[in-house]
Design a protein around this ligand. Structure first.
Ligand code: TNX
Length: 554
C-alpha cells in the first residue's frame, strides 16, 4: 500500500500492546498496586513490633512466626504502637475497602518509610494482606535460619479483593494417603497464593480414609462402621505407570480430621470433605458386607469374565445399590458424623463416573442424597454428573469434563435452578496431569516421571493452565452462578507430599490467580515474570515444585 504496510499486517494488528501496571512480584496479582519509586522503603529492624489487636491478632502471631527465625528479631506482637517501625494489622468496620465493601477477603496495604499497615473489615482480609506482605519482603524472610537483611519493603499502596469467593485445590488421599503433617504442608504451600478451600477426596475404590464410629446408629442398623478404616484404611492404589510404588495406606482418626479442620480454619481455609458415591465405592463395598446386595454386584469384566478387583486403577465398575434402604442408612450415618466434624458449609457426594449405575437409579440416588445433605444443614456438592439430578438453589456443581454425563445440563441447572458452578476443567485445571509427554510408561517421553496424561495430552504447561477464562467456557451461564475454580490433584501416581507438590506447583499458583484476579488484569507474560522469584521462596520454605524451563527463575 502507499503507507508501506501490507494488508496482511493490517489484519493481524489487533490494537496496542496491553501492558499491565507494575505489580512487584505478588501472586496472585492484586487489584491495584501503586509503587512510589521516589520514596524511601520501609526497613524492619530489631526494635520493630507487630501491632495486631483483636481479630488481627492471629494473623499477627502467624506473621511473627514466619519472620522471627530469618530476621532474628524479637518482633513482639502487641496491642499498641511502639517506638520502632511497626507493622500494623487492623480489623474493623471502619476499614471497608472502597469498591469491595462487604467482601470479607478484601484488604488494603500501605507501606512507607514509617511503617506498614494492613487493614480490612474481617480477619480473613488481614490474613490475605499478610500473604501479600510476605511477598514484598526479600525471599529469605521465609528461611528458618538467621540471615542478614536489609529487610526492606518498597513504598507501596495496595488495594485488593478476589474475583471469586471459592478458590480451591483438591487432594486425593484415597488412592494414596497423606499424613496429617503432609496435609498441613500442602495447606502452608498453597495459602500463600490465597487458596481458601481444600477439598479432601476421602473415599474411592482404592481406600477409605476417615474414621466412622458406631456411635449414634439408628435402630436396626447392624453395620460395623469401624470396618471402613480397619479394613479399607489398609488398602490403596497399586502401582501405576512409571510410579511402581504402591499407594500409601492409612486413615484419619476423627481427632486427626479435627486437627486438619482447625489448622485449615486458622488459615481461613474451609475443608470440603468428599465421599465419592454411588460409583467409586469398592472400598466401602469391600469393608461393609451389608452393602453387597444383589444390586451392588459388579458387572464382570467383559474381557476376562471376572469381576474387576479392588485396588486397580480401573474405575466405573462399582456402584452402591441405589434401590436398597441399607445404602441410605449407611450414608446417613456416615454423613451425619462427617457433618458434625465439618464446620464448613459443603459436603461433597462425588457422583462422577458411575458407569454401572442405571441413569434413572443414579438420579433417584442423587435426589435422595441432596435431601440427606440438606437435612444435615449442609450444601450438597458434586461432580458435574450431579446436574442430572434435580439440584436445588445453592447446590454446587463441579464441572470437570465436557463429554461426561451432566456436563451439558449444568448451565441450565445454574441458570434455572440457582445452582452454583465450580470450574475444574480437566484440560486446564487437573493438577495430576504430566507437564508434558503423554506416555505414562515411558520416563524418557517426559520430564514428568509421575502424573497422568489423558486430559491435556502432552501439553499441560503452566502457560496452558494460566491462559484461559473459566467464565468464557460457559458464555450462557449467569455471572452470579460462578462460585469459583478448583484444581484437583488425583493421586493414582502420586506418593507423598513431595510428589504432590511437584505436580501442583507452580500450576496451582496459576489457577489460584485465575480465581483471584479479574480476567482483564491477567497476561501470561506478566504472570511468568512475577512467578520467577517465587521459586526461590518455595525452595527456602522447603516446598517442592517443578522448576519448569518455561519460567526464567530468578
Ligand atoms: C477422573 S475427574 C476421575 C478420577 C481420576 C481422574 C484422574 C473425576 C471426577 N474422576 O477418579 O482420579 O480422572 O485424572
Amino acid at each position: 500500500t502507499e503507507f508501506g504496510i501490507s494488508l496482511w499486517e493490517l489484519q493481524v494488528w489487533d490494537g496496542p500492546e496491553v501492558v499491565l501496571p507494575e505489580a512487584l512480584d505478588i501472586v496472585p496479582r492484586p487489584v491495584s498496586v501503586e509503587v512510589d519509586g521516589d520514596a524511601d522503603p520501609f526497613i524492619l529492624d530489631s526494635t520493630s513490633q507487630i501491632v495486631a489487636a483483636g481479630d488481627a491478632a492471629d494473623s499477627g502471631e502467624m506473621l511473627a512466626d514466619i519472620m522471627r527465625p530469618s530476621t532474628g528479631f524479637e518482633l513482639p506482637v502487641v496491642d499498641e504502637p511502639g517506638d520502632g517501625g511497626d507493622i500494623t494489622l487492623q480489623v474493623g468496620p471502619e476499614h471497608a475497602v472502597p469498591g469491595h465493601t462487604g467482601n470479607p477477603e478484601a484488604y488494603t496495604l500501605e507501606a512507607d518509610e514509617d511503617g506498614i499497615t494492613v487493614s480490612a473489615t474481617d480477619a480473613h482480609g488481614v490474613f490475605n494482606g499478610v500473604q501479600t506482605l510476605r511477598q514484598l519482603f526479600p525471599s529469605f524472610l521465609e528461611y528458618d535460619e538467621v540471615t542478614s537483611g536489609p529487610w526492606a519493603v518498597p513504598a507501596v499502596s495496595i488495594l485488593d479483593a478476589p474475583r471469586f469467593d471459592y478458590r480451591g485445590i483438591m487432594l486425593d488421599v484415597a488412592r494414596s494417603f497423606q499424613t496429617v503433617d503432609e496435609v498441613k504442608q500442602y495447606i502452608d504451600a498453597l495459602v500463600q497464593f490465597k487458596m481458601n478451600h481444600l477439598h479432601l477426596h476421602l473415599a474411592d475404590d482404592q481406600g477409605w480414609r476417615i474414621e466412622i464410629t458406631n456411635e449414634g446408629r439408628v435402630e436396626g442398623d447392624d453395620i460395623d462402621y469401624t470396618r471402613l478404616t480397619s479394613i479399607s484404611g489398609g488398602t490403596a492404589m497399586t502401582e501405576q505407570g512409571y510410579n511402581d510404588e504402591p499407594g500409601r495406606t492409612g486413615f484419619y482418626t476423627q481427632e486427626d480430621y479435627a486437627e486438619i479442620v482447625d489448622y485449615a480454619a486458622e488459615r481461613h481455609v474451609v475443608i470440603v470433605p468428599e465421599i465419592d458415591t454411588p460409583g467409586h465405592t469398592q472400598a466401602a463395598l469391600h469393608a461393609i458386607p451389608q452393602l453387597n446386595t444383589e444390586g451392588a454386584a459388579p458387572e464382570p469384566d467383559p474381557a476376562t469374565g471376572v469381576p474387576p478387583s479392588h485396588g486397580t486403577g480401573e474405575v466405573g465398575h462399582s456402584t452402591l445399590d441405589t434401590r436398597n434402604e441399607v445404602t441410605y442408612t449407611f450414608l446417613e450415618h456416615v454423613w451425619s458424623q462427617i457433618a458434625e466434624m465439618t464446620p464448613g458449609p459443603y459436603l461433597h457426594v462425588g457422583g462422577d463416573e458411575s458407569h454401572v449405575t442405571e441413569e434413572e437409579d443414579y438420579i433417584y440416588f442423587m435426589d435422595r442424597m441432596i435431601d440427606v445433605v440438606e437435612d444435615l444443614g449442609k450444601e450438597p456438592f458434586g461432580w458435574n454428573e450431579l446436574a442430572l439430578a434435580d439440584v436445588h438453589e445453592g447446590n454446587v456443581i463441579q464441572f470437570w469434563a465436557a463429554n461426561t454425563a451432566g456436563a451439558e445440563l449444568a448451565p441450565e441447572r445454574v441458570n434455572e435452578n440457582g445452582a452454583k458452578m465450580i470450574v475444574s476443567d480437566s484440560a486446564r485445571a487437573y493438577l495430576d496431569q504430566r507437564y508434558d509427554g503423554d506416555d505414562p510408561n515411558d520416563p524418557n517421553d517426559s520430564v514428568s516421571p509421575i502424573g497422568l496424561s489423558w486430559a491435556c495430552r502432552d501439553n499441560c504447561t503452566v502457560e496452558r493452565y494460566y491462559d484461559w477464562d473459566p467464565q468464557a467456557l460457559f458464555p450462557d451461564v449467569n455471572a452470579e452462578g460462578f462460585l469459583g475454580v478448583e484444581g484437583p490433584l488425583w493421586s493414582e501416581t502420586v506418593r507423598g507430599i513431595d510428589q504432590a507438590l511437584w505436580l501442583v506447583l507452580p500450576r496451582a499458583a496459576a489457577l489460584l490467580e485465575i480465581g483471584w484476579t479479574e480476567q482483564d488484569q491477567r497476561l501470561y507474560d506478566d504472570f511468568a515474570g512475577r512467578l520467577a522469584t517465587l521459586g526461590g521462596r518455595l525452595t527456602l520454605q522447603d516446598h517442592n515444585f517443578y522448576a519448569t524451563p518455561e519460567i526464567e527463575w530468578s
